[in-house]
Design a protein around this ligand. Structure first.
Ligand code: ADP
Ligand code: MG
Length: 227
């Protein structure tokens, strides 16, 4: 199992008490599978991703990423695991304004010391995979919202992650472009064998997705297929 959240509970301080953001959540995502997490605003979707990304430590439960129990890692160990194994796509692309599309991808790998020529080839291959090979030289302001989100997704794949975590990538897009982004994520998941978690508040986008998990008030209330 490439990603496993086992009985995860997460609380945040809330006045004199605690707010339960995740309540005994279990989620198993094998390699090559896309799991869609759906639920209303405030239901715990981003918290679930933050825990899976090892950015937040749960009060209780285990988070296993590519065979590593993240509870055994210190801060540096978690940072290394994120760099090597986890691709994260946030809601807002956060691209660097002065860099071209291909450079956005290249800077990711420069951090981990791979040869520049190989890095560029890999970046171009990924831009091609997301349908942007022709726009590799464009800066963010020369791209549409949907194209920026595609650069964002390609960037998250630069270090060949085992786990891909995507938070509401379609929220700023119209329905058609949103559906195209979900379709792209599904095919990248199959091709690159990532365990992908896609968070969305829009059920319509994930009608064809193999595994959906509904969350409500921090609890999984419904799941289709998968485990
Ligand atoms: P969603 O992504 O589904 O909108 P979140 O995971 O962001 O839900 O939030 C779940 C609950 O946890 C909400 O009630 C939210 O207000 C609360 N919450 C999220 N992040 C924090 C935080 N850093 N500190 C305190 N409460 C938080
Ligand atoms: Mg959220």
């Amino acid at each position: 199992m490439t990603l496993l959240l086992d009985d995860v509970t997460l609380t945040y301080p809330d006045g004199d008490g605690r707010l339960t953001a995740l309540d005994s959540v279990r989620l198993e995502v094998p390699a090559g599978c896309l799991a869609a997490v759906v639920g209303p605003s405030g239901s715990g979707k981003s918290s679930l991703l933050a825990v899976a990304a090892t950015l937040v430590t749960p009060d209780r439960g285990r988070v296993i990423v590519a065979g590593t129990d993240t509870g055994t890692l210190d801060r540096a160990g978690k940072a290394a695991l994120r760099r090597e194994r986890i691709g994260i796509v946030f809601q807002q692309p956060n691209l660097l304004p002065s860099l071209s599309a291909v450079e956005q991808l290249q800077v990711m790998a420069h951090l981990s010391g791979v040869r520049p020529k190989a890095v560029r080839a890999r970046a171009m291959g990924l831009l091609d995979a997301v349908g942007l090979a022709d726009l590799a030289a464009r800066r963010p302001h020369q791209l549409s919202g949907g194209q920026r989100q595609r650069v964002n997704i390609a960037r998250a794949l630069m270090n060949e992650p085992s786990v891909l975590l995507v938070d509401e990538p379609t929220s700023a897009l119209d329905h058609e472009r949103g559906a195209a982004v979900v379709e792209l994520l599904a095919s990248l998941t199959r091709e690159r064998r990532t365990a992908t978690v896609l968070v969305t508040h829009d059920r319509a986008h994930v009608a064809g997705v193999e595994m959906t998990v509904q969350v409500h008030d921090g609890r999984v209330t419904e799941r289709t297929a998968g485990v």
